[in-house]
Design a protein around this ligand. Sequence first.
Ligand SMILES: NC(=O)c1ccc[n+]([C@@H]2O[C@H](COP(=O)([O-])OP(=O)(O)OC[C@H]3O[C@@H](n4cnc5c(N)ncnc54)[C@H](O)[C@@H]3O)[C@@H](O)[C@H]2O)c1
Ligand SMILES: [Zn+2]
Ligand SMILES: [Zn+2]
Length: 348
Amino acid sequence: MKALVYHGPGNKAWEDVPDATVQDPTDVVVRVETTTICGTDLHILQGDVAAVTDGRILGHEAVGTITAVGDAVSGFGVGDRVLVPAITKCGRCVYCQRGMPSHCQTVGGIGWIFGHLIDGTQAELVRVPYADTSLYAIPEGVSDEQAIFLADSLPTGYEVGVLAGGVRPGDTVAVVGAGAVGLSAILTTGLWGASKVIAVDTNKFRLTKAIEFGATDAVEVGPGTVADVIALTDGLGVDVSIAAVGYPATLLTAASLVRPGGTIANIGVHGTPVELPMQDMWIQNVKVTMGLVDTVSIPTLLKMVASGRIPDEKMGTHSFTFGQIDEAYDVFKNAAANEALKVVITPG
Ligand SMILES: NC(=O)c1ccc[n+]([C@@H]2O[C@H](COP(=O)([O-])OP(=O)(O)OC[C@H]3O[C@@H](n4cnc5c(N)ncnc54)[C@H](O)[C@@H]3O)[C@@H](O)[C@H]2O)c1
Ligand SMILES: [Zn+2]
Ligand SMILES: [Zn+2]
């Protein structure tokens, strides 16, 4: 089979590798029919994720069809169309039982293993461990383009942004960073009845998308960002401030937007320390939340996607074949300049 193989920082190749096979009785093999690229894949290619070593197949999002099943798999069979989510879970360890498979102890101490600790989904075939507890059947009527973003970005915006932020009916919400993840938070905040959703970004195209995805207001980052957002909330600040960029400055912006009693929900992956102004924050009764996505909201989101309430297929702005995967990475790497959000990659 062919797969996108990581060969150290800055190096990757679409090349021939041995076919993925069932190794453990709880495995299945999935023929990948749609995959995509995540910002994390770009971090890996920069050499930021030390656990990913030379020879690893990249990718942690897929939709496809099962081609082989292990002896212990009872919930899925050959020919089933499935969603392969970013998180793999045993369903039995203490974290899985707490609904926190992001820290599944059985699969490697962290639930994100595809394209990280084991071979990933940017390939013609992928081996899926703990298939019964990890995979989701895709209902008829849900297209590959609707299902693929349920593997990672949509549950991330929803779980680590909207749910962790505790959005309630009537709330005002700010989303700092309207990339795929921030836009996913915007797409799902409405489900909880937010009265106002304010998108904050440096990029005009992303702000246009934010309005299209359900934001009520868009604020372009400038010297008056904080004042502009506060002015939109009767001078109070927002109830929930979602940070979806991953830089110290953007987390501080998100923290400046929240009103007393509110929540700052950080989704961003941070690589350096952030100094929070605790001398101002302690008296505000605010909460700060953060974490790795669990993807446990997939069944809920899948129903909303199937019924058309969440038009997440709009996230896919560019399509490529496996043979064009280098081009797909180039477009995604310069997403803002290319007016791209997520790329859809298919066998072609
Ligand atoms: N916690 C998790 O489980 C999890 C999972 C997936 C991704 N993430 C993280 O979420 C973050 C967002 O991911 P993404 O895929 O949407 O990234 P992205 O790069 O597509 O989007 C980031 C957005 O932030 C905007 N931006 C840049 N600088 C800004 C600034 N100073 N102020 C306001 N906006 C600014 C960009 O224009 C862009 O629209 C990343 O840090 C990513 O690593 C976290
Ligand atoms: Zn990801
Ligand atoms: Zn587990």
